[in-house]
Design a binder for this molecule. Structure first.
Ligand code: TRP
Length: 363
């Protein structure tokens, strides 16, 4: 097995977010909740993909910087703990940029352009044929984000699975070309057989797709149908109360919970499953259960989830808050560079590019 001097012996996890704005409940159920749970049992790296933000917003550096700091506040509020997990700033990990170049040579151009996640993004963001060269390049960069840390697992939302698949292809190709791994090997045998890279596995969160408060589309900031982790109790109440329950009915008329998006929230956010089953039964029968009543339970559950987040966030609001966040980013990134540099060194050695060890200094 290729030697990683920075291993802790725990299985390693890497995932990340592109800083594009505040995190919402869709992010929580799709990924953040899982990250918080994994911090103790895994060696976790959480990446701020700020370089990727420039692929579509190169003209908005101020916004990207602000979003980068805000997303860390969301992470910390959600319970990501920098003493247990490593927070990584992509633009200060030079190994990622270098590996991206080498990986770009291992994947056919047309394979990148066929990536369904990129195609969807081109459509939904209305990029047409005007997107930068760097835009599709980010998918290759994402392979480097992941492989620089040689993780076993990559917890992500459903929409990212195509990217993880590409990353797995790149890892296999690298190990086959430069480490003599047989192309018929099982994925688990790549690293143990002497490959530089493991073949990481995607872990998709319990709810791949949380519906937005419009009851139609996936929750998303740009569609204006999101409940943010930073929303106040009042905002939560207002947004959920405004949801259309999918049907118009009186409390004593039978209803169909299956077409009522509020019930997806009930399933996801109300911990007492028996209670949700009872609500569902009463709703189906028309047992004097109004929509407002169902919503009030959902609002309560969501606020219960967000309340401790509000308390933790308060520490980083006000003067000095941003500086404290930047310190956390620097600490994590310094640690992350040790791991990423070790990977890069191993990869370059395998590629016959070993010309001596390099030591970066970052102040
Ligand atoms: N592309 C991911 C998203 O938009 C963010 C990301 C960048 C990422 N690098 C990553 C996710 C590496 C997982 C692993 O959500």
């Amino acid at each position: 097995m290729s030697h990683d001097p920075t291993t802790t012996g725990k299985n390693r996890v890497l995932t990340g977010d592109t800083p594009t704005g505040r995190l919402h409940l869709g992010h929580w159920v799709g990924s953040i909740e899982q990250r918080v749970k994994m911090q103790d049992d895994y060696d976790c790296f959480f990446l701020l993909a700020n370089m990727h933000a420039y692929t579509t917003r190169a003209d908005k550096p101020d916004d990207i910087r602000r979003d980068t700091i805000e997303i860390v506040k969301d992470w910390l509020a959600a319970g990501i703990d920098p003493s247990r997990a490593t927070i990584v700033l992509q633009t200060e990990i030079p190994a990622i940029a270098e590996l991206s170049w080498y990986f770009a040579m291992l994947i056919p151009f047309n394979r990148v352009m066929r990536n369904p996640t990129l195609k969807t993004e081109i459509e939904t963001k209305g990029l047409g044929d005007k997107y930068s060269f760097g835009f599709p390049m980010y998918a290759v960069g994402q392979c480097a984000d992941i492989l620089a840390f040689r993780p076993e697992f990559v917890p992500v939302g459903e929409d990212q699975v195509a990217h993880i698949e590409m990353c797995r292809e790149v890892a296999r190709k690298f190990d086959q070309l430069y480490c003599g791994i047989d192309s018929h090997s099982e994925d688990d045998a790549y690293e143990t057989g002497g490959g530089v890279f493991p073949i990481p596995k995607a872990l998709v969160g319990k709810v791949g797709r949380l519906i937005g408060t419009d009851g139609k589309n996936k929750m998303s900031k740009s569609l204006g149908n999101a409940v943010f982790l930073s929303d106040t109790p009042k905002q939560v109440k207002k947004k959920i109360n405004a949801m259309y329950p999918g049907q118009s009915r009186d409390p004593d008329q039978p209803g169909d919970p299956a077409i009522n998006p509020v019930f997806q929230y009930a399933d996801v956010f109300i911990k007492d499953e028996a209670f949700v089953a009872e609500l569902r039964e009463r709703y189906t029968k028309g047992d004097n259960l109004g929509d407002g009543h169902v919503k009030s339970h959902v609002i309560e559950a969501v606020n219960e989830l967000l309340e401790p987040m509000r308390t933790r966030r308060a520490e980083f609001e006000g003067p000095g808050g941003d500086d404290a966040v930047i310190d956390i980013i620097r600490d994590g990134t310094a640690r992350a560079n040790e791991t990423a540099e070790a990977t890069l060194y191993a990869a370059k050695e395998a590629m016959k590019l070993g010309f001596g060890e390099r030591h970066l200094r970052w102040k």
